[in-house]
Ligand binder design. Sequence first.
Ligand code: FAD
Length: 381
Amino acid sequence: SISFSWEDPLNLESLLTEEEKLIRDSARHFAQQKLKPKILQDFRTESGERDIIKLLGEQGYFHDEPIGNVAYGLINKELDAVDSGYRTSLSVQNGLVLFPLRSYAKNSIKEKYVPKLESGDYVGCFCLTEANHGSNPEAMETRAQKKGSKYVLNGSKIWISNSPIADVFVVWAKDQTGDVIGFALEKDTPGLSVTKIQGKLSLRASSTGIVSFHDVELDEENMLQVRGMKGPLSCLGEARFGIAWSSFGAAEACYKIARNYTLERKQFGRPLAQTQLIQKKLADMATEISLGLLAAYHVSKLKDEGKITPQMVSILKRNACQKSLQIAREARDMLGGNGIVDEYDVLRHAMNLEAVNTYEGTADIHSLIIGKGITGLQAFS
Ligand code: FAD
């Protein structure tokens, strides 16, 4: 007989292949056994990133294996169920560092960095955002001036995930003609410096920094073989896609915590879960998570076939972040006073999702990308 599963209301499981289920189960086991025990301490102390990247590398999550986009999405989701900060490390290393190196770097640079990034011995970061140019990175001020056979890099980047612990920096700058170009360089390159941003209330288990370049001399060899905003945007497309799945991992964790808590907790002589208001909230959560995941599944299949557009990714990223954020905030409320304590996880997820909603293109910017797709009119400026 067919029965309803509160954990998988629309039966996503029925669409998964045996291999996808195995990858998902192994990711869940890894995340719950190896990462979950660390998160409270890492979040409290704003630390822990390097050992996490090493663990992710040992799991094989940085290797270029053709596992398909559904399986990759499921891994993202399992990591986010523990913490979006840990998942950020995965997204940055894969989508924003290994992807441009594999796609655009010269062979000598690939050979030097890719194996170490894949094993998790090296940490990478992606430097695009500047203090004066966030949503509009194309207006960047960082310059790479050609001098003889060298390029000289000057400028500063902000909000760079993993930069305080990074070994390899992917950096986007403009050349003398105003074209966006990219470079890959190492942490001990003279003129490069990093300051850690302290006191974040979101993604505390992922370190973020300000990266400055003062007359940094680079060889042609360090240059990436791509010109224009296509370079950084192609990387962001990869990382944004992962968020379509991952945010629902955090949301699902909150949904499960809220369900279990309200079943246990009695007020007015009955479980909270037996009240209409709580049931409506749980119904909303189950609906948004299961609809969102089916959409992520569908677009993953299209991505496997090379049939996705940036607008599709914007629809998913924006929806996943906004719905997950709403679910995490609601779960926080359903736990009453306990909901504000870090050991109950829900407020940590909500705080994390605030940043996930902002990075990789804010929800508003994705509205404008979708809006332009609908109307043909550009409303950014
Ligand atoms: P702003 O661009 O100033 O936006 C502020 C508000 O204005 C937002 O609500 C936005 O939606 C809205 N807005 C902007 N333009 C418009 C418009 N035309 N119409 C209507 N509303 C508008 N960057 C990297 O390069 N690498 C990283 O690794 C990285 N990691 C990050 C990690 C964290 C924790 C955070 C918080 C950010 C990270 N970022 C990174 C930067 C991130 O991508 C930017 O913060 C983001 O693009 C928004 O830019 P901003 O913060 O300057 O906000």
